[in-house]
Design a protein around this ligand. Structure first.
Ligand SMILES: N[C@@H](CCC(=O)N[C@@H](CS)C(=O)NCC(=O)O)C(=O)O
Length: 141
């Protein structure tokens, strides 16, 4: 299903699913910066030729397609949006290199640790679920 985002001279498309938090990140960044886009919802049980063509390595959403060129991996896409539309406020990453490094550190932490604990807690029962919940509490500290 395609959702029309608006006009503009540049062609921006996002391959995503309605439920993907990684995809939502990209949509929020585009909205924050006022960048018009079209979004195409993927069925991950039956991946489109478009997705397989533009993300042949991971075959995952989201994919940003800017004037026909694909950018994959949500955090990479966010940095790309910040650089390609640097004239559109707000900046997504701070200017200061130390603060930029810190933002990247926490983004990586969220993806690699926090998200995995949430998945463990939500998709298991019993001991595995309890371990996931304990890990979430630890991560939040
Ligand atoms: N590290 C990737 C994760 C993306 C991801 O896990 N996408 C899931 C949907 S939430 C996906 O496309 N899964 C399809 C599959 O694993 O085959 C990113 O940040 O973009």
């Amino acid at each position: 299903m395609a959702e029309k985002g608006g006009g503009g001279g540049e062609e921006v498309k996002v391959l995503k699913t309605w439920s993907s938090l990684f995809g939502l990140r990209v949509i929020w960044a585009l909205k924050l910066k006022g960048i018009p886009y079209d979004s195409i919802d993927e069925d991950l049980a039956n991946k489109s030729d478009l997705l397989l063509h533009y993300n042949p390595v991971h075959k995952k959403v989201p994919v940003l397609i800017h004037n026909g060129k694909p950018v994959c991996e949500s955090l990479v896409i966010l940095e790309y949006i910040d650089e390609a539309w640097s004239q559109n406020p707000p900046r997504l990453l701070p200017r200061d290199p130390v603060q930029r490094a810190s933002a990247r550190f926490w983004a990586k932490f969220a993806d690699e640790k926090a998200f995995q604990s949430m998945r463990q807690a939500l998709t298991n029962e019993g001991k595995e679920q309890e371990e996931g919940l304990a890990s979430i509490a630890e991560n939040l500290k």
